[in-house]
Design a protein around this ligand. Structure first.
Ligand code: ARG
Length: 466
């Protein structure tokens, strides 16, 4: 059964049917389709299109449909073009001709846009939970690894000592921003298209404010032509997902790098590493590489949808059916990657002594310049002097800590015997007590902020449909 057979004399070519049909993927909207239909039935009753008894029967019928979908007992038919058709067809089997009244004043155009928004609103809390779980794994690491320093890098060159806790938390905050972005997306998504009809608005006196409230939306859409075409919420979700993917990719890349023999800072837990079919010694970071690789796919999903949207003229076009697969795929991808990364972070092993070994005196070159600044030397001059110290030490193949005081003094008279204190990496981090800095006290404050952020869900978990 199609919902539009009346004007046609022959049925759709089978291959055209296969292209046109969307049931294989939009069946995931089943519960949302039922819920939106029940709300629409209420609106039809309020508008005097159906009476209370009819509404009650439609509700009960839809409830049965929803139940069958949930239990997996719903028998899809080869002729079900999409989930809306399937639900309506089944309702017809249950109720008879009364089911035909449900679609009064409604189009699949406003229906599908409503269903998809509902689906996203239903599922965003789940995604936030997965993000929170990964954040809490990072907090766990930050707490467990509090007494450890490692070389911080810029340009992948050793730069300055930092607290390992600080480093872990540097991956926490991007995820916090991801949650904030998703919370903003809720506002954008909670605008109701239903009542827009095919494009011109429904001719029945539907109270769209009541309808919006009934479905948990903030307000009705202000323009029916825009409402059936607007997939900004999908594009924004895909952007959010892509950016989260990029954050996960960066974290994965950092762990991969630190787990190489060359760094040796991290060892992957067996449960999250894979072997080689040829080389018995290998312990490969496949799951981290996949986390990194999935970011590419997520970016592709966003690009794909944007390309689909860009050429559309106005109101609904069937191109818009291409919105669902990327949305579901992006959601599913994050649902797989996030818990794996959280589990791996919780169980990986760190090698503090290897990190410590990387903290050569050269990483305190900036502190050495600041030492001269404390003695009244302008920073630019101090920077030049320390540059000369570094070159001198390199020529001797000695570290900064191994130079004699006389050698220092030959380069600047302000150096005195206390210069060697500069090379304590703990002293270096302790000096960075500024808000957001790497000093243990500052990181302790940051950790408290992170824990508070973890306590506060930004997206409320309402009723959740599957
Ligand atoms: N399966 C369609 C979609 O996902 C439903 C809307 C169909 N509307 C139409 N005018 N053919 O977009």
């Amino acid at each position: 059964m199609t919902l539009w057979g009346g004007r046609f004399q022959s049925s759709l070519d089978p291959q055209a049917w296969a292209l046109n049909a969307s049931l294989s993927f939009d069946r995931r909207l089943g519960q949302q389709d039922v819920r939106a239909s029940q709300a629409w039935a209420n609106a039809l009753q309020a508008a005097g299109v159906i009476d209370a008894q009819e509404n009650e029967r439609i509700h009960a019928g839809l409830q049965q449909v929803g139940h069958e979908l949930q239990q997996g007992t719903f028998a899809f038919q080869p002729g079900d073009e999409d989930i809306h058709t399937a639900v309506e067809r089944r309702l017809g089997e249950i109720l008879g001709p009364l089911a035909g009244k449900l679609h009064t004043g409604r189009s699949r155009n406003d229906q599908v846009a409503t269903d998809l928004r509902l689906w996203l609103l239903d599922h965003l809390p789940e995604l936030e939970s997965a993000l929170i779980d990964l954040q809490s794994a990072l907090v766990m690491r930050a707490e467990a690894d509090h007494g450890t320093l490692l070389p911080g890098y810029t340009h992948l060159q050793r730069a300055q000592p930092v607290l390992l806790s600080h480093w872990w938390l540097s991956f926490f905050w991007p995820l916090q921003r991801d949650r904030e972005r998703l919370a903003n997306l809720v506002k954008l998504t909670a605008v109701l298209p239903l009542g827009s009809g095919a494009l011109a608005g429904t001719p029945y006196p539907i109270d769209r404010f009541a309808l919006a409230k009934n479905l948990g939306f903030d307000r009705p859409s202000p323009n029916s032509i825009d409402a059936v075409a607007d997939r900004d919420f999908v594009a924004e979700f895909l952007f959010c997902a892509a950016l989260t993917g990029i954050h996960l990719s960066k974290l994965a890349e950092a762990v991969i790098l630190f787990s190489t023999t060359e760094f040796g800072y991290i060892e992957l837990p067996d449960q999250y590493a894979t072997g080689s079919s040829l080389m018995p010694q290998k312990k490969n970071p496949d799951v981290f590489e996949l986390a990194r690789g999935k970011a590419g796919s997520l970016i592709g999903l966003l690009s794909g949808l944007l390309a689909t949207l860009k050429g559309l003229p106005s109101s609904y076009d069937k191109d818009l059916q291409e919105d669902k697969l990327p949305l579901f795929q992006a959601f599913d991808t994050l649902g797989v990657v996030l818990p794996v990364l959280a589990g791996a972070l919780r169980t990986l092993r760190i090698y503090p002594e290897r990190m410590q070994a990387g903290l050569e005196a050269g990483l305190m070159a900036t502190d050495l310049a600041d030492y001269l600044v404390a003695k009244g030397v302008p920073f630019r001059e101090a920077h030049t002097v320390v540059g000369k110290v570094v070159v001198w030490a390199a020529q001797q193949a000695r570290s900064l800590a191994e130079l004699e005081l006389a050698e220092y003094q030959a380069l600047h008279p302000s150096f005195t015997a206390d210069v060697y204190r500069v090379f304590d990496p703990w002293a270096s981090v302790a000096r960075r007590e500024v808000t957001g800095g790497t000093a243990p006290a500052a990181v302790a404050t940051q950790l408290e902020l992170a824990k508070t952020a973890l306590q506060n869900r930004l997206i409320s978990t309402g009723e959740q449909e599957s």
